[in-house]
Design a protein around this ligand. Structure first.
Ligand code: TXA
Ligand code: MG
Length: 330
């Protein structure tokens, strides 16, 4: 199949919306990462997402909406806490898991009785979703296990020939996926950390919010079920910033003939070893992270990522880095 490149003008937006209504797949920008969209109410169309990505069918999708009335179309949201969260964070980089309505096919939710709903913050995403006139199921637009795409060129690398169109918009400003918040239990729980932080949510709700992951733990848990965000080369993660240890590991690996790169926030202490800078603020690190991984994998055999920040946003970034490194901690 030929994958058409569409742009943000009225004709192309209308065409993108028509393709979705016809049951085709269209990739589109959001402020977090690019999504791979299908009509969320069309079982066969959604099935196509799993095929294009090679995604396991037991991993549910997020339903993207353009406005509040579409939230109540797909989910039960008549709850005061949910209303507060919707008002405070939507549109934005937060996804809320709610009890689902029957109109949402099982293929979207992997048979769960809940549905994840997100109204993206980016104007481009909202204009695409408005043009679709239906809720749009969309995972990140990468091949399963690969780093998420934060620009349209990366979407094309993974999806060319597999989907009807790519709506080519801006590079993603946030760079990591939305915070996923389960609101189906009395205590709201962050299932996936993102730029919307537990303390921001807690402040809006006036009560504690649980967080499920411990990003720096060396996990052998069977719960870590799927490979995620992985570059096509070896990767280890360092979280203590021990420059001597990193250099020793680098040198030992390089001596074996490996092309090694250090991915870090600063180059100090690494001498003439290959270093790629991650960005000086946590926001910049998040924005460039996935693109950096994809750039490094083309030139190197081993990435040593070193990241020592401890802010709430850093916790979300470490969640991704730990998975990218397959839990391998240096
Ligand atoms: O920023 C984002 O969220 C991006 C953009 C495209 O919106 N989307 C995204 O989708 O990251 P995906 O499929 O790559 O990740 C969706 C996450 C997965 O961890 C999935 O397990 C979880 O949301 N999820 C979806 N539905 C769920 C549900 N009903 N209950 C619990 N978790 C759910
Ligand atoms: Mg994903």
């Amino acid at each position: 199949m030929e994958t058409h490149l569409l742009h943000f003008n009225d004709d192309d937006l209308q065409l993108a919306g028509q393709l979705i209504q016809q049951g085709q797949l269209v990739a589109f920008p959001t402020e977090t990462v690019y999504g791979l969209g299908a009509n969320a109410l069309d079982r066969d169309a959604v099935q196509g997402i799993f095929a294009a990505k090679g995604r396991p069918s037991d991993n549910p999708l997020i339903v993207h909406v353009a406005n509040a009335s579409q939230i109540s179309q797909v989910a039960h949201c008549d709850n005061a806490d949910v209303q507060r969260v919707v008002e405070a964070f939507m549109p934005g980089s937060l996804t809320v898991v709610l009890p689902k309505r029957d109109v949402v096919p099982d293929v979207v939710t992997a048979g769960l009785n809940t549905v994840a709903v997100r109204m993206p913050g980016s104007k481009q995403a909202l204009s695409f979703l408005s043009a679709c006139q239906v809720p749009v199921a969309a995972p990140s637009a990468n091949t399963s296990t690969r780093p998420s795409p934060t620009n349209w060129q990366t979407v094309r690398d993974d999806m060319d020939g597999k989907i009807a169109a790519i709506l080519c918009g801006d590079d993603c400003a946030v760079g990591i996926e939305s915070t996923v918040l389960d609101m189906t239990q009395p205590t709201p729980t962050v299932l996936r950390p993102g730029v919307v932080t537990p303390s921001q949510i807690s402040k809006v709700l006036g009560k504690p919010v649980k967080v499920v992951t411990n990003p720096t733990a060396k996990v052998n848990s069977p719960g870590v079920k799927y490979k995620h965000y992985a570059p096509n080369c070896e990767m280890v993660l360092n979280v203590d910033g021990d420059v001597q240890k990193i250099c020793a590991f680098y040198d030992a690996q390089a001596a074996q003939g490996k092309r090694v790169v250090i991915l870090a926030q600063q180059a100090q202490g690494f001498g003439n070893r290959s270093v790629k800078l991650l960005g000086s603020t946590d926001e910049a690190v998040a924005q460039g992270l996935f693109a950096s991984l994809r750039q490094c994998e083309t030139n190197f055999d081993l990435i040593i990522a070193s990241y020592t920040s401890t802010t709430e946003l850093a916790h979300s970034i470490l969640n991704r880095l730990t998975k990218s490194a397959g839990q391998k901690i240096l």
